[in-house]
Design a protein around this ligand. Sequence first.
Ligand code: SAM
Length: 340
Amino acid sequence: MARKKNFEKPLYSDKDGIRFATPKAVAQYRAKRLKCKTLADISCGIGGQTIFFAKECDFVYAVEIDPKKIEYARKNCELHDLDNVEFICGDALSPDVIEQIPKVDVIFSDPARPAEENKRKVMSLEPGIPNVISAYSDKTNNFVFEAPPQMPPERIQFDCEREYLSLNGQLNRLTLYFGDLKQCERSAVSLPDNVHISSTNTTYDMDETQTLKMYAYEPQPSAVKAEMLPQLAGSLKNDIGNVDVKLFTIDKKRLLITSDARFKNAMLKNHYSVLQVTDFEPDTINSILKKHDVGTVVLRAGVDPADYWTIRNKIENGLSGKNTIHLFVKDEKAIMCEVI
Ligand SMILES: C[S@@+](CC[C@H](N)C(=O)[O-])C[C@H]1O[C@@H](n2cnc3c(N)ncnc32)[C@H](O)[C@@H]1O
């Protein structure tokens, strides 16, 4: 049996199957969103997602091209006492397999991706999205595909909802919903809190600032990737009233929302009190951190790997306090943010 991926019972799998299996929290969330009478999961792998479809739907067809993986999927469903799944081994695009699937409410596919690819392309998924849609168009209009989450919304040229999902603060999944399942153009979800914003929400355009206010907040990567900071700011304003929120860009990969108001929101993955901004000088930083009872520093900067440990050792030298700070660097300035 293979390692868990947060399943209570370890799944039957080879190395490859468990690596690509859907984490339990995501599989559960998606199965609840797609709850229906009949669903076909046409590239089911070892069944990480199929298990949860079978818990929510009346009946599930599970197709997989690899005979070893479909046997694991069968055993994994048995392990979860599920007897409402029909397993079909074969190429989901072959006439023989298509014939075995009746009209269903939803066709779902989490396709295989090439191991190495400089830039993720929707057209290199296997089985391919347009091929699946045309092969199964007389079974349903409701298609759902998983796609590489690194792809920005504009790179997906289909008429579908693009749902970006963060799991424990990391970008984890991009799911494309077609037909009646499309609820909007773009959406962002954060798990395990199960919060959601969509492109139809009220927006608020935050001004950029070069000066941090008292508090800083790191948006969930799903909201950033879905290009929904205006919707996130709109929902913050709804929640907390008319307080001022501004955008502080650190570098190409990192940005913060900053405000003089202190608040909590599950679409924010980290909440900070801004401790101090100073020159990026490791010894100076270290003495400031000692004064503020810091024990743990999370270095959030692109540092030359050759210098990384020298810098880190100097910054952390002798720290034994109870507080954790995240250290960002912008324009040679160190920004020390205490986690609140
Ligand atoms: C990313 S994995 C699916 C993982 C699965 N959702 C889970 O949670 O365990 C993709 C699977 O698609 C299968 N696959 C690729 N091409 C296929 C095809 N033409 N027909 C059926 N399955 C296919 C691969 O063998 C692989 O197991």
